[in-house]
Write a protein that binds this ligand. Structure first.
Ligand code: ASP
Length: 559
């Protein structure tokens, strides 16, 4: 077995007999400088971005015949065909087909709020099964907040969501818009990074770790406490797979849209700040959570006779969650000094190395979850939900060289263990620090999840999914694990995959429909054919995927 490179393994370079594969990406335009044009009132967002800014540029349009892409445009499931464009062949031997979906109102991002975030989340959810990845175009001013908010709102995300913008408009002669958008399209169309990310100035940052650090430099964003997930060079985009976060539960992609942004606030401590000022903020009508930006490792003045500490303790006893983040660009809140200690004794939660943007949006997300209590919210604020904080900094000892041979070897051994149904061996290999193996691929582009989709042991498939293996990657023939499981007639595997959010890719549907004529039962479970089993039915079946035969019967006939 050879470790094919890290891109979504599908038909690729070196396979001259195969047609050039295409990825499908939806670009969601919300506004921002990237699409702006001058007006008497200054720069304002302008419509028709695809025609005005992309259609005439050879790097965004290979000149092939325009085909239509279906986009779900409303909550009622209304589908509108949108003309698509296609990039020329990338360094990875594929093209990216995309279309731009523009919001009704294009915003300067300084005016976006939780309603706008919900609109983005809903657009992604409605179109989730139609595209391989999503690019969101957005102003840079509040981009880090939107990235952080979306990272929490998009639950069990299995596909890349890349946000970007620009410091200079696309139609400006010297701009950063071209590189930022092209880089985002390539990432969304090639790499199965199931995270909300921010792509800017050739770097892919984890969205909820990012912050805007420059008002006009092209290098406008950084994630000071987290290395970039990927960096684009003149040769290629290098992904740091070891730090990519993956969903680790057998659940569908879902969204949580109602963030409680109206009952949270942010307060920066400064020398001389008075307890009365802090008290006034903490007594704001309806306040439920406060992000406190403190000095250094999490210190705040305790005030004359501990008056400040008392203000915090009183607010916490009234049920307000107070989260401590540092004003410093790097480092973590760590109660080592007496002032920091007294804050944590008063019940202030350590936000560790979260950004203010991350802490504020996470607080709003947790406060809005059904059944949230101050105690529950406080305890989850110090735990990583989407890689937004570093829980502990234990040293990891690792052999510095030999990564490639080790990788190839481990993938081969893993492939055998899966084929033989040897769960214990699979667990041993994956757990001994080989998480990056999960989305790696063999010479046919099959990932471990592809192999497990037809493994004699369903427990192996379940294990790999719970470890974060992706259900959306396609092999060199363009097949998803779900297709392979259905084609092998394995109902249990099909149901488990679907419960994990798997769906057939639109390119697979025609073949699947033909195959479904012979085996309607199992293909129905995969979502194709006369008796298509819906996600809700699977949900209601609970752990019913264990009872494969019952579902096979419901779906029409035996596999
Ligand atoms: N004011 C603009 C915005 O955030 C700035 C930008 O896009 O760079 O929408």
């Amino acid at each position: 077995m050879v470790a094919v490179d890290d891109y979504i393994p599908e038909l690729g370079e070196g396979h001259p007999d195969q047609p050039v594969p295409e990825s499908r990406v939806l670009i969601i335009m919300t506004g921002g400088t990237i699409c702006m044009r001058p007006s008497p009132a200054g720069l304002v967002p302008a419509r028709d971005f695809q025609d005005q800014c992309l259609a005439r540029v050879p790097t965004f349009n290979d000149g092939s015949i325009t085909t239509m892409m279906e986009v779900v445009t409303s909550g009622e499931g209304e589908i509108k065909p949108h003309p698509s464009l296609r990039t020329p062949m990338t360094a990875y031997g594929r093209r990216v087909r995309y279309t731009v979906f523009e919001f009704d109102e294009l915003l300067d991002s300084s005016s976006i709020d939780a309603k706008g975030w919900a609109e983005i989340a809903q657009t992604i959810q409605r179109n989730y099964t139609l595209f391989d990845g999503f690019v969101v175009l957005h102003g840079t001013d509040s981009l880090a907040y939107t990235c952080s908010a979306l990272s929490f709102m998009l639950q069990n995300l299995g596909k890349p969501v890349i946000l970007t913008g620009a410091q200079a408009p696309m139609l400006e002669l010297q701009n950063d818009a071209t590189d930022n958008l092209l880089g985002s399209l390539v990432v969304a169309g090639h790499f199965m990074i199931p995270e909300v990310c921010l792509y800017f100035n050739n770097k892919l940052l984890r969205g909820n770790r990012s912050t805007k650090v420059a008002a006009s430099d092209f290098d406008a964003f950084d994630s000071p406490n987290c290395p970039p997930l990927a960096v684009t060079t003149s040769m290629r985009t290098n992904v740091n797979w070891e730090i990519v976060n993956r969903p680790k539960s057998i659940e569908h992609f879902s969204i949580q849209t109602n963030l409680d942004t109206t009952h949270v606030a942010c307060l920066r401590i400064f020398p001389g700040i008075k307890p009365e000022m802090v008290d006034a903020v903490l007594k704001l009508d309806g306040l439920r959570g406060l992000v406190l930006e403190t000095f250094g490792a999490g210190n705040a003045p305790h005030g004359q006779d501990n008056a400040m500490t008392k203000v915090f303790a009183d607010a916490i006893s009234r049920g307000i969650v107070i989260v401590n983040v540092t004003q410093c660009l790097t480092g973590s809140v760590n109660p080592v000094y007496a002032p920091g200690m007294s804050l944590s004794k008063a019940g202030v939660v350590a936000g560790l190395d979260m950004t203010t943007e991350g802490a504020l949006t996470k607080l709003s997300y947790l406060l809005a979850l059904p059944g949230s209590t101050p105690r529950l919210v406080a305890s989850r604020m110090s735990v990583s939900l989407r890689g937004e904080l570093t829980e502990s900094s234990q040293p990891v000892f690792r052999h510095p060289d030999g990564a490639l041979p080790e990788r190839v070897q481990a993938l081969t051994v893993l492939g055998y263990a899966i084929a033989q149904g040897d769960l214990a061996r699979v667990e041993e290999i994956i757990r001994s620090e080989h998480h990056w193996l999960l989305n790696d691929a063999d010479y046919s582009g099959n990932t471990p999840v592809h192999l497990a989709a037809t493994s004699p042991s369903i427990n192996i498939l379940e294990f790999l999914l719970l470890e974060g293996g992706s259900v959306h990657i396609r092999n060199r023939n363009g097949r998803t694990p779900l297709f392979l499981a259905a084609n092998a007639g394995l109902s249990e595997h099909v149901m488990l995959l679907r419960k994990s959010g798997a769906h057939l890719h639109s390119d697979e549907r025609t073949a699947a429909q033909l195959l479904a004529r012979r085996r309607p039962g199992v293909w129905g479970l995969a979502g194709i054919g006369p008796r298509e089993v819906s996600e809700r039915e699977l949900e209601e079946a609970g752990d019913g995927y264990r009872a494969g035969s019952q579902w096979t019967m419901m779906a029409g006939s035996a596999p």
